[in-house]
Design a protein around this ligand. Structure first.
Ligand SMILES: C[S@@+](CC[C@H](N)C(=O)[O-])C[C@H]1O[C@@H](n2cnc3c(N)ncnc32)[C@H](O)[C@@H]1O
Length: 419
């Protein structure tokens, strides 16, 4: 996925001082230079990052296999030093998820999406907010790739871990102020959501935006049950025209569960009949059967590049991670019946449209990649015209003329959507 340069640069130098200041204020690091100290990172942060990483990557089971859900409710509070556990999440995982969510926002901006509630107070909710990475990602997205949010508004943060929620609420305020968006307020709600029931109490208000970042995969319920309750929650608590942004791991099992969730949503009678109108905006640009689910071993993910903060480069080197690029799976779903091209007006209404779902591989004069469109996934080759950028994962090709079958499709003509 391409992101605007000012977004991918925003974490290179400006982010670390904001985070350092916050951590010092919360007493989570002992001194200004802690994040620059290899010794400090090695002793106080790296072991917790390793533990959390094993948990999130599902490699901590005895067989080293991916398990389905994450049972531990308390990974923010356990371990010999819970404060350092939270510190590790804040410095290591929060910025990455923040950037992923901001990137999805920038993809909406790239395709011309305009915030549909001009003149109304902004009302959003993050489910499983943890340290408010998703909500802060929206702030960063709006700062560097604006959709036109009003100047003020609020985020309800729902989270089952009180210490994480407390930190997230304060971090949201700190980060928002640093970005010049201190007029957005966070409202913390400490509760566990039972995902096999409506996700919000009946008397909860309506929101314009739902954000879920690395949340759904922690639950063992089937994608069908999650889809049913999600749709009920959208019906009762989302304004018409509002959107849900769901970001999940790029791991095969978790990514496929998200694709199953998409499939289950589209199969619900109230969605098919339009009684609860839903439109899948991204990444699929439509309601076609999922091209990745067609194969047992396939899944679908995005990847974004950024300039990591300096301390994160050091930390990555210490723990053996390389977060120069960030993979993830995602969905953006709008409540409403208007056509896709109305929501994403930069899309052409002419001809066939595909999204690249793999990197491009140079093959002599041509490039080869996988594309996904209305009729599923295809392996395609294209002799990219001069003065056209080489397409990459996440790019959209429009007005495509092609021949051949899904095993090997030759693209004759196409237009690449660029910034
Ligand atoms: C991996 S963390 C992600 C946090 C944050 N959204 C982010 O992207 O960094 C998942 C969060 O969801 C919370 N969570 C999981 N299931 C929950 C539930 N049923 N109700 C409330 N919170 C839940 C966990 O406590 C945790 O803070």
């Amino acid at each position: 996925m391409r992101v605007p340069v000012n977004l991918s640069n925003a974490f290179k130098t400006e982010f670390e001082p904001i985070l350092t200041d916050f951590l010092l204020g919360e007493g989570l690091i002992p001194e200004q230079e802690s994040l620059k100290s290899r010794r400090y990172l090695t002793r106080s942060v790296a072991p917790h990052v390793k533990t959390l990483s094993e948990l999130f990557n599902r490699t901590s089971t005895p067989l080293g296999e991916q398990t389905d859900a994450i049972d531990e409710e308390s990974y923010f509070t356990e371990g010999s030093n819970p404060a350092n556990r939270r510190l590790a999440y804040l410095v290591s995982f929060m910025p990455c998820n923040l950037f992923r969510v901001a990137s999805v926002w920038s993809e909406l901006a790239r395709l011309g999406f305009k915030w549909p509630f001009s003149g109304q107070e902004f009302k959003a909710i993050e489910f499983g907010a943890g340290t408010a990475s998703g909500a802060c990602g929206i702030l960063a997205g709006e700062k560097f790739a604006p959709l036109g949010l009003p100047d003020r508004g609020s985020f309800a943060l729902i989270e089952q871990s009180k210490p994480a929620l407390n930190l997230g609420t304060k971090w949201f305020e700190k980060y928002g102020t640093a970005l010049g968006q201190g007029t957005f307020e966070a409202r913390p709600f400490h509760r566990r959501i039972e995902l096999n029931q409506p996700w919000l109490p009946k008397n909860a208000p309506k929101f314009q935006l739902f954000v879920m970042s690395y949340f759904l995969n922690e639950c063992a319920l089937s994608p069908q049950v999650l889809a049913e309750q999600f749709v009920k929650t959208v019906d009762r608590h989302m304004e018409d025209g509002g959107i849900s942004i769901i970001v999940e791991p790029a791991l095969k099992l978790q990514s496929r569960r998200l694709l199953e969730f998409r499939k289950a949503l589209l199969a619900l009678p109230e969605v098919i009949s339009g009684k609860i109108p839903l439109k899948l905006l991204l990444p699929c640009l439509g309601h076609q059967a999922c091209g990745a689910l067609a194969q047992e071993d396939d899944w679908c993910h995005e990847e974004v590049s950024w300039w990591r903060p300096e301390y994160l480069r050091s930390l990555d080197a210490l723990v053996g991670l390389d977060r120069k690029t960030l993979p993830f799976s995602y969905l953006v779903i709008q409540k409403g019946a208007a056509p896709l091209e109305k929501a994403l007006p930069s899309l052409s209404t002419d001809g066939l449209r595909f999204r690249l779902v793999s990197p491009s591989r140079p093959l002599g004069q041509t490039h080869e990649f996988f594309i996904c469109g209305q009729d599923g996934k295809r392996r395609a080759r294209w002799r990219v015209p001069e003065n056209t950028e080489i397409p990459n994962r996440g790019d959209i090709l429009e007005q495509v003329d092609h021949h051949g079958d899904p095993a090997l499709t030759q693209i004759e003509k196409a237009k690449l959507i660029s910034f």
